[in-house]
Write a protein that binds this ligand. Structure first.
Ligand code: MN
Ligand code: MN
Length: 295
């Protein structure tokens, strides 16, 4: 039984946008495909999990200044959002407001961090499911109270990740996923990783050392003590060359759990909801969410 659903709204709207055709539009021709997909997904999740609470969480800043200060390349080459996506966030906020639903963001930070901070508040008796298409969030998985429902295809197929599933899929436990991601890199976030280190080597390094500092210390010795580095002087050299990158990444990759989160909800307004549904041609999704919430 899930008590609380934390929806990574920014990530899911993006997925929904590309999963559904832009021909789904309002009478004026403005695409509403992402809003359609997002509301329908929310309705399905609510019907399936019957949560006590659902929070829709936004990126307040998708490229936070502290991360950019630590590493200038962070998300620097990411292409801008397609033109018809930002207006759909405006519409979604209006709809969620009119439904009176909970929304949240961490000023100056990503949805990742807002969700991290909300998870930090979760106690042993809580049951939290994070819904996202952003694999960074796998860092937050913690048995038994925090799971990730990850989008596998579009926004309709979700995979459930607990500690065992993260370990089975990525070869590292969630508590060490950030270190693994640092070593491997993440092209979509502009993070190159360590030269010559792919997923397999990243996994074995994480398994071999208790933390990245110990690993770097070993790489700096003439004869590294651990077999992973001992076998390859080239790998030791790569790690030494990457040492400033590795240090910078500590302030980039780990999700923050100490940021301030603003949570709000609008006043439920059925008249406004009907008007939006009619004008923006989202009657079906609005009705389905309405029904799911009422059940
Ligand atoms: Mn994100
Ligand atoms: Mn992320």
């Amino acid at each position: 039984m899930t008590d609380r659903l934390l929806l990574d709204t920014s990530s899911l709207m993006y997925r929904a946008y590309f999963a559904l055709p832009a021909s789904i539009s309002d009478p004026a021709g403005h695409p509403v495909n992402a809003v359609h997909g997002y509301l329908d997904m929310t309705a399905r999740l609510i019907a399936e999990h019957q949560p006590d609470e659902v929070i829709h969480v936004y990126d307040h800043d998708w490229r936070p200044a502290p991360r950019v200060a630590a590493y200038g390349g962070y998300k620097v080459d990411r292409p801008p959002d397609p033109e018809s996506l930002p207006p759909q966030f405006e519409l979604l906020r209006e709809v969620l407001d009119a439904f009176g639903l909970l929304q949240a963001e961490a000023p100056g930070w990503e949805a990742d961090d807002a969700i991290g901070a909300l998870c930090a508040r979760a106690g042993k008796d809580d049951c939290v499911a994070i819904v996202t298409g952003d694999r960074d969030l796998l860092q937050l998985v913690r048995d038994p109270e925090i799971r990730v429902l990850f989008t596998l295809r579009g926004v309709s197929e979700l995979g459930v990740f607990d500690e065992a599933t993260v370990e089975a899929k990525h070869g590292v436990p969630p508590s060490r996923y950030a270190e693994y991601a640092i070593l491997r890199g993440d092209a979509s976030d502009g993070l190159p990783g360590v030269k010559g280190v792919g997923e397999k080597t990243a996994r074995s390094l994480v398994a071999a050392y208790p933390n990245l500092d110990t690993m770097l210390d070993d790489a700096r010795t003439d004869v590294p003590t651990h077999p992973v580095l001992g076998r390859s002087t080239r790998l030791s050299a790569s790690l030494r060359e990457a040492s400033s990158y590795l240090v910078a990444m500590r302030d980039v990759v780990p999700i923050r759990s100490d940021v301030e989160v603003r949570v709000w909800s609008g006043e439920r307004d059925d008249e406004r909801l009907d008007d939006l549904a009619e004008r923006r041609r989202i009657k079906g999704p609005v009705r389905r969410l309405h029904d799911a919430l009422g059940a």
